[in-house]
Design a protein around this ligand. Structure first.
Ligand SMILES: C[S@@+](CC[C@H](N)C(=O)[O-])C[C@H]1O[C@@H](n2cnc3c(N)ncnc32)[C@H](O)[C@@H]1O
Length: 225
């Protein structure tokens, strides 16, 4: 069964280094998706609950919000410097805005278990998975995990009748603020999760050093009041 075609140019290049498992009932656009006929009922069932997404103009040419860039994301743990690449806002973004579409190849449950490739999101309703594949480039697959201090979330949407896994902002995201999302289930082994930075750090001589420091550690801000 062919689910959908979208132009190949819309598919971002993707990062081979991580595995992302998220129980969410949605799947992602891809040039040609083929699935066993036995799955079509499950897909139709899942589609019924999805709310439509009003596509922003940038979505005609790209899958990631134009005010988002890739940057190595520091972590606040003493023994580690960073958690690899993350996504950072280059201008303020309002809450409820689409930040990007999770793009990849739909893989069946069997394939997923036989060949647990990198960057896979799982649909809990259909036992299907989206594999973001390999490569380089900007995409919401690069958002790092935070348990509670998040500013965006995965959502299930219908985009022009195509079910998609989207990422949307939940808060105002300031310019120079990193995106932080919850992967939604136990992904890391005990002790592996690091507290990721909200902002890039500034040199101590910078006039905004103290403000940035308090933004980075919100618990200190509360204590100050
Ligand atoms: C979906 S990828 C995110 C992009 C990744 N930073 C990269 O450069 O490819 C998930 C991987 O990022 C890292 N990561 C993300 N959030 C983390 C966190 N809070 N603590 C530790 N590692 C994290 C882990 O290596 C994880 O396997």
């Amino acid at each position: 069964m062919i689910l959908r075609r979208i132009p190949q140019a819309k598919i971002p290049s993707l990062n081979p280094l991580c595995i992302l498992r998220h129980c969410i009932r949605i799947w992602s656009p891809r040039s040609t998706q083929t699935l066993p006929r036995s799955r079509s009922g499950e897909l139709k069932e899942a589609e019924k609950d999805l709310t439509p997404l009003e596509p922003p103009s940038w979505l005609s040419t790209r899958l990631t919000h134009p005010s988002i860039a890739v940057e190595v994301q520091p972590c606040l743990a003493p023994d580690h410097t960073d958690v690899g690449r993350g996504l950072i806002a280059t201008a303020a973004i309002e809450p409820g805005k689409l930040l990007g579409i999770y793009a990849g190849r739909i893989v069946s449950d069997e394939d997923y278990h036989a060949n647990n490739s990198n960057m896979v999101i799982s649909f809990d309703a259909s036992n299907l998975h989206v594999d973001a594949g390999e490569g380089e480039g900007i995409g919401v697959h690069l958002i790092n995990h935070s348990e509670s201090d998040t500013n965006c979330q995965f959502t299930n949407r219908l985009l022009k009748d195509l079910p998609v896994l989207a990422v949307e902002s939940t808060n105002v995201i300031q310019a120079e603020e990193f995106l932080r999302i919850s992967y939604g289930e136990i992904f890391f082994d005990a002790g592996e999760v690091l507290t990721i930075a909200r902002f890039p750090s500034l040199p101590i001589s910078h006039p905004n050093y103290l403000t940035r420091f308090l933004e980075q550690y919100p618990a200190l801000k509360k204590r100050k009041k």
